[in-house]
Design a protein around this ligand. Structure first.
Ligand code: SF4
Length: 414
């Protein structure tokens, strides 16, 4: 039987099974950002046996630092070992898995039975999680993988809420479900477009996102159809409003996709879901959805958002035909290093161009957003300047509200 989600304590219903918020990271900076902004666990790719071969994957030394940082903050590290293995990939697996286990990695995410069975045979402490690459969509398949020793199944993005409800009551195995991020126009983990068009294997980390390229359509006589090139692209998934239903269902882990995304994206998205999950769990019966969450998510660079397969098979509203739009509404300009409360001066690291007179919005895992106009800006030598146009430059600016290290600011576009 799945674990109980809520209990009446002192006459009030409280959530006793809070889901894990699982975030992506493509490097150590992103990993630390995800944890500081509220992730309970972060999934990363190692240099070996991982998808996303083009992401800046983690060496064993990086993983050691990641585990130490995560432990300090009560968080966990999951490492993807989810390539579809060919003969040439088999060598070195045992040593690699033993090394991850010795470093204190919480779980590996696997897509090949050989990896799962090897991890089990070696008697490692790490959990084995079945990757979404395996397209698991029903309770019988979950039961099969449970018998093989899998500790958690990451369900296919194509599982609807109605199916999820049935699955949840029929298995006590940990379930992980995608709540946010990019979708595939084809069935996840089964697409060969990239393999055909660019000889880059989507199932070995090389997807060239061929679905989002421009195509010309031809009719059966070979005549071009339409003037405009044609593209295929799914809207990105965002299940903000569905979070309460997913918590009540007792889903164990909520997954955000996007190891290639920026720290601004990760901070914005993680922080938003963190606040929403905490608000709901603190008072499930009094909770009212605040549009703040949707407005906040829209500030991160992304495509238009949709509900994926949550309400059933995605129709054409779930797609972005002829639109390759990436539309951040605001732009990441600085990260806070420290704040001097006596002089009300923030020391920051510049990330994108801004100038005196620019309206910026500070956001943080620990305090509400704060919008202000930059009026006093100084370079590292504390000389007044008008423009910040050198990436990673250390700057100072007057901010009349306290800030915390790792708070960030974005431009406000009006
Ligand atoms: S080409 Fe598009 S649909 Fe195919 S795997 Fe890549 S992102 Fe997914």
């Amino acid at each position: 039987m799945p674990k109980k989600v809520s209990e009446i304590i002192n006459g009030r219903r409280v959530i006793v099974k809070k889901p894990e918020l699982l975030a992506p990271a493509g490097n150590l900076e992103k990993l630390k950002t995800a944890i500081l902004y509220g992730a309970d666990a972060v999934f990363i790719g190692g240099k070996e046996f991982s998808l996303r071969s083009s992401a800046s994957n983690f060496s064993l030394e990086d993983i050691q630092e990641a585990v130490a940082f995560a432990s300090e903050h009560g968080a966990h590290i999951h490492v993807t070992t989810n390539i579809v293995m060919h003969e040439e990939n088999l060598e070195g697996l045992e040593d690699y898995l033993k090394a991850l286990d010795a470093l204190g990695v919480t779980a590996i995410i696997c897509a090949d039975p050989h990896v799962i069975l090897t991890a089990k045979r070696l008697g490692l402490k790490m959990e084995t999680h079945l990757s979404t690459q395996m397209s698991t969509t029903n309770e019988k398949a979950i039961a099969f993988w449970q018998r093989q020793g899998v500790d958690r199944v990451v369900l296919a993005r194509e599982v609807s809420y109605a199916e999820l409800k049935q699955i949840r009551v029929r298995t006590d195995l940990d379930l992980e479900y995608f709540i946010h991020g990019a979708m595939c126009i084809n069935l996840s983990g089964r697409c060969m477009l990239s393999n055909y068009y660019s000889r880059r294997d989507a199932n070995r980390g090389g997807c060239s996102q061929s679905c989002r390229w421009f195509y010309q359509l031809y009719d059966k006589e070979g005549q071009p159809v339409g003037q405009e090139p044609f593209t295929m692209s799914s809207r990105d998934l965002s299940l903000l409003r569905e979070i309460p239903a997913l918590i009540e269902l007792g889903i164990d882990s909520f997954k955000i996709e996007g190891r290639m995304k920026s720290i601004h994206y990760i901070a914005t998205v993680v922080s938003c879901y963190r606040k929403l999950i905490d608000a709901y769990c603190a008072d499930p019966d009094g909770f009212v959805f605040d549009e703040f969450y949707e407005k906040e998510i829209a500030k991160a660079a992304n495509r238009s958002l949709g509900k994926g397969f949550f309400y059933g098979v995605a129709d054409k509203k779930g797609q972005l035909f002829n639109l390759r739009d990436e539309h951040p509404t605001q732009e990441f300009v600085m990260r806070v290093i420290s704040y001097d409360p006596q002089n009300q001066i923030a020391k920051v690291e510049q990330r994108n161009h801004f100038r005196v007179g620019q309206q910026v919005e500070f956001f943080s895992p620990s305090h509400p957003n704060y919008v202000m106009t930059v009026e006093q800006l100084y370079n590292e030598a504390f000389e007044p300047i008008e423009v910040a146009n050198h990436p990673m430059e250390i700057l100072y600016l007057k901010v009349d509200r306290p800030l915390m290290p790792n708070d960030m600011a974005r431009k406000v576009r009006t």
